[in-house]
Design a protein around this ligand. Structure first.
Ligand SMILES: [Mg+2]
Length: 254
């Protein structure tokens, strides 16, 4: 398995969230149980149809690289399940944003917190790029990033594998593509988005990939150097361009 990463060449690590920082299968199982309980109590069957349709449409919009997914994601689902876009938005916010929060801490992958600490200690930047708003999820996971970007943000508006989010993070942090590393869990989304922005990627997977490094857990040897003999990042990526100075970005002292 390819697990080689030259950490001396990494100033900024960009993390995906779902399935990368926590066990998404475990969370989905818990949410399915909660939703089944809600269905028994009445009203949950409709919500289940909306959530399933929303997930399906999101995948399709990502593959289409839609420029209008922020608006159409709710309209398309509403048409599919015969509901109003407002109801779809409300159900998605409830079942995909709010309710999962209480399960996130217990679903966090072992070693993630230590990796964040090691990266911070070594002077490297930490950014997060998610296809969903991620601030509340990071809080629930007990993790802090220097920059958190969502595909829904006004200056991104593209789902992975479009590289807009990755490029936006490089621009805001002033990082060269070859000095960044993307850590994700999906080859066809995370690796592809990173590759299209010329950013190396490291994918959490049991499968091999001919073109990118993979790892099975945060205890993998690929991260060992961060806790041992890895020096500080060689180039400061500190000051954001003036146009972005007000963004949710916190420059570090290097
Ligand atoms: Mg993911």
């Amino acid at each position: 398995m390819n697990t080689s990463v030259d950490w001396r060449a990494v100033d900024l690590v960009i993390f995906d969230v779902d399935g990368t920082l926590y066990d998404q299968s475990r969370l989905r199982l818990r949410m399915a149980l909660e939703m089944a309980g809600s269905a028994l109590a009445g009203g949950g069957a409709r919500d289940l149809r909306i959530v399933r349709s929303y997930r399906r449409h999101r995948e399709r919009l990502a593959e289409m690289e839609s420029e209008t997914f922020v608006e159409s994601q709710f309209v398309d689902v509403a048409a599919d399940v015969d509901a109003t876009p407002e109801l779809v938005r409300k159900v998605v916010a409830e079942w995909m944003d709010r309710r999962p929060l209480r399960h996130l801490a217990s679903s966090r992958y072992a070693g993630v917190e230590r990796l964040f600490e090691a990266l911070r200690r070594s002077g490297r930047g930490i950014a997060v790029l998610s296809d969903h708003p991620a601030e509340a999820k990071l809080d629930a996971l007990g993790l802090k990033s220097d920059l958190t970007v969502s595909a829904c943000d006004p200056n991104v508006r593209r789902l992975k594998p479009h590289p807009a989010g990755v490029r936006h993070i490089l621009s805001v942090t002033g990082t060269l593509a070859q000095r960044a590393l993307f850590i994700g869990d999906r080859f066809e989304r995370d690796w592809l988005a990173a590759a299209r922005a010329q950013v190396p990627a490291l994918i959490r997977s049991r499968l091999r990939h001919p073109r990118c490094a993979t790892f099975r857990s945060y205890r993998s040897d690929v991260f060992a150097a961060l806790g041992c003999d890895l020096g500080s990042a060689s180039a400061a990526w500190g000051s954001p361009p003036a146009a972005h100075a007000g963004a949710a970005y916190h420059a570090r002292e290097l």
